[in-house]
Design a protein around this ligand. Structure first.
Ligand SMILES: [Zn+2]
Length: 293
């Protein structure tokens, strides 16, 4: 009887030891950090997640801050970050290109698609460039964080509400900055097709793009059409994006005798380190190029 009892308890005791030992090792490995591990595709989304998660999560973007998500290929070493994450956020709608497959196949936890359930224009993935839709991203982030870390739900909800208020104020600020642009100058020519949601929100018209999506080469015909569109519609300025080669836009702008400014979409530049920074930068560029004063 006693021998049998000993045997019966022998295994659980060994298991218990193994579990405690593993737990000790794990907490040594990550410095005792029990915070939620989150990965995102873009730095932009990491910024949004940090605004909601505060100190409760360690948030890492998989793309370097100046990289183009449409064509980026993740280095094998970063796949470990994907596998170790409790939660991943992607934009969806093809924005992440091949990176999306890597995330889906290796994710250590749920993959939250930020554009799920939102109204999409022509399959275009760049919804966040409308601050009101960025608020929808924040709601999606809040729900996913709370589902994966229920103890933090109240804290997440309070932070998300405060951040949404900042985004509402940002929207009003951009609206005011662009209000003085005359109707005939509200025309947008950009490198890739990233601005339909921004244009719709602030009453601009997308007249032409060099390429629908990065990684494509514009044809000679497309470049001729671009120059024609700039001249025919009296487009006041054209916008390059710093992460892409601007040669085609610059020669088209030269030909049509209009200025070239920068507009940001998927990537950061020096001095722009948050979603709000990026949108303020865009508003200032639009005001300068189209404002006409
Ligand atoms: Zn893009």
């Amino acid at each position: 009887m006693a021998a049998s009892d000993t045997r019966r308890w022998a295994i659980p005791a060994a298991l218990l030891f193994a579990v405690l030992f593993a737990a000790a090792c794990t907490s040594d490995d990550d410095g005792g950090d029990n915070r939620l591990r989150v990965v995102t595709s873009l730095e932009l989304f990491a910024d949004m997640v940090r605004n909601v998660a505060g100190d409760r999560a360690v948030v890492t973007a998989l793309l370097p801050s100046g990289a183009d998500p449409h064509t980026y290929e993740l280095s094998p070493g970063r796949v470990v970050d994907v596998a170790q994450a409790d939660l991943a956020f992607v934009n969806g709608l093809g924005l992440e290109g091949s990176l999306r497959t890597v995330i889906d196949e290796n994710a250590g936890g749920p993959v939250d698609v930020l554009t799920d359930g939102l109204d999409i224009v022509d399959g275009n993935p760049h919804l966040w460039l409308d601050p009101m839709l960025a608020i929808s991203y924040v709601q999606s982030i809040l729900l996913a964080l709370a589902a994966n870390d229920p103890e933090g739900a109240t804290e997440y909800a309070a932070s998300a509400a405060a951040y949404a208020d900042e985004l509402l104020a940002l929207d009003a600020e951009i609206e005011a900055a662009l209000a003085s642009i005359p109707p005939e100058r509200r025309k947008l020519v950009t490198f890739h097709d990233a601005y339909p949601y921004l244009a719709r929100r602030y009453g601009l018209e997308v007249v032409a793009v060099v390429v629908p999506s990065p990684g494509q080469e514009p044809s000679v015909r497309a470049i001729a059409d671009l120059i024609d569109a700039i001249e025919a519609q009296n487009v006041p300025a054209v916008y390059k994006e710093p992460q892409f080669n601007a040669d085609v836009l610059e020669s088209a702008a030269n030909e049509a005798d209009v200025q070239v400014l920068d507009l940001l979409s998927d990537a950061y530049i020096d001095g722009v380190e948050s979603y709000i920074d990026l949108m303020r930068f865009n508003a200032a560029q639009l005001q300068e190029g189209l404002g006409g004063s």
